[in-house]
Ligand binder design. Structure first.
Ligand code: KIV
Length: 266
């Protein structure tokens, strides 16, 4: 049985210079495949809203929805560290509510929670969660729950002032007790600067090659997303394969070519 990945493992790997590999999963079969493929960190992302539930943004995702997907993913994971996104409004309003909601996700099988941003309520929530034993992964840069504030999926931290603010936010989440930090859609050189400054591992998505690890949305990697993105690479065309399998099935049923005797019972 390979070594279970924990929050401590990730910090050790940063010190050893071993890169962390992470991907999202939202259901039992893909979680099992990710775990068997040796993925180190599986995230039940609130991108479930876009990838699985047909929402345009992550904002409508509820705690109940993410918990439902988390319970399925939990069943498929043995080795990877299992992290879950806290949905919009489940934190950032009141610290006790945030801690309670995080605890609910831990009871559903998560081993850590992920929070976006570094506002004072978020920093207070990170401290309070860590205090009662809930590990927190932070998330800075393009944080999709603030998409309407950013006015679109645009690269963050491009000006010197914005870069400095992101560096300070990264230090603040580390000081608050986060065990790792996702950096999304920021210039590679800024991600490198943050990675070199922090003692906790950085995990990048659209943040260049200098982070301590990389995370991708599963559907973008396997060709199940409708769009393609500059920050992602399609390693398979699963969507095309599913469509062509279904077209072939439909054709064979209509032509009477399926089922045959082979698929029938006497
Ligand atoms: O929800 C998600 O998929 C994420 C990753 C993009 C980091 O937060």
């Amino acid at each position: 049985m390979p070594e279970k990945v924990t929050t401590r493992t990730l910090i050790r790997w940063k010190q050893d210079g071993r890169r962390i590999v992470s991907v999202t999963a939202y259901d039992y079969p893909t979680a099992k495949l990710a775990d068997e493929a040796g993925i180190d960190v599986v995230l039940v992302g609130d991108s479930v809203g876009n990838t699985m539930l047909g929402y345009e943004t992550t904002l409508p995702v509820t705690l109940a929805e993410i918990e439902h997907h988390l319970r399925a993913v939990r069943k498929g994971i043995k080795r990877a560290l299992l992290v879950v996104d806290m949905p919009f409004l489940s934190y950032g309003v009141s610290v006790p509510d945030a801690v309670y909601n995080a605890g609910r996700l831990m009871q559903a099988g998560a081993e850590a929670v992920k929070l976006e941003g570094a506002t004072e309520p978020v920093l207070q929530s990170i401290r309070a969660m860590v205090d009662i034993g809930i590990p927190v992964m932070a998330h800075l840069g393009l944080t999709p729950q603030s998409i309407h504030k950013f006015g679109g999926y645009v690269v963050q931290g491009r000006s010197e002032q914005a870069a400095e603010a992101l560096l300070q936010a990264a230090q603040a989440v580390q000081e608050a007790g986060a065990f790792s930090l996702v950096l999304e859609l920021i210039p590679a050189t800024l991600a490198q600067r943050i990675t070199q400054t922090l003692t906790i591992p950085t995990i990048g998505i659209g943040a260049g090659p200098f982070c301590d690890g990389q995370i991708q949305v599963l559907h973008d990697l396997i060709g199940l997303s409708e769009q393609t993105y500059k920050h992602a690479k399609r390693y398979a065309e699963v969507g095309q394969q599913i469509r062509s399998a279904l077209e072939q099935y439909a054709q064979e049923v209509r032509e009477g070519a399926f089922p045959t005797e082979e698929h029938s019972f006497r």
